[in-house]
Design a protein around this ligand. Sequence first.
Ligand code: BGC
Length: 248
Amino acid sequence: MTLAVGIDIGGTGIKGALVDLGTGALVSERVKRPTPPGGAPDAIVAQTVEILAELDAPAEAPVGVCFPAIVLEGRTMSAANVSEQWIGLEAEQLFEAELGRSIHFVNDADAAGVAEARYGAAAGQPGLTILTTLGTGIGSAFLFDGTLIPNTELGHLVLDGDDVEHWASNGVRERQELTFEAWAQRLQRFYAHVEFLFSPQLLVVGGGVSKHHEQFLPLLRLRTPIVPATLRNNAGIMGAAALAHRPL
Ligand code: BGC
């Protein structure tokens, strides 16, 4: 069995587990801690150290960490919905120094996309798959024949004068108390444009709200099949672990 650790850092929680890379199954309990208020790097690293200690993973297991920012060669290049201190930070090096082992640091939606392509809704899917995660923000992952094209950031596509994640994320739906019908009209505008720009073979929709997919996916009129992600909130953990074993 090939094992790796996946750690998923989000705006509200940090969670980690040991993953069997053959099947994607979690083979440890899922350890979860709240994200420290403010989301500053040092506080998040400290929580991650505790999670890894609690997991008691084999020393030789690679560790993958995913995070909601553009990640270029281990450095975080953006900070939407997290502390600005992350911009330009050598995140991978910082985690490695504190954890005392080598890690691989990637974008959260990219990790989820890799997991869905390997173990979930897009397994075996040829051509271009676009996964979007609908959460506080909107994340995206492009996979061509299962290979990740990283850091696509569709949530920051400017459409009708503003970033899509500012008017179509699940966070906005909740804050504005939109009905699923009203929200679906916004998603229609977003996904129709994505379809026009990239002509994918498959659209996969992740994020916690995807468990309510029957309430909004059937309302969308697209030529591309659009399906819910299947790995739910373990996708980040599984994808971070998978990318740690075979980094880009
Ligand atoms: C960030 C992305 C992230 C997405 C989902 C966006 O605001 O820019 O990097 O993948 O939120 O967390």
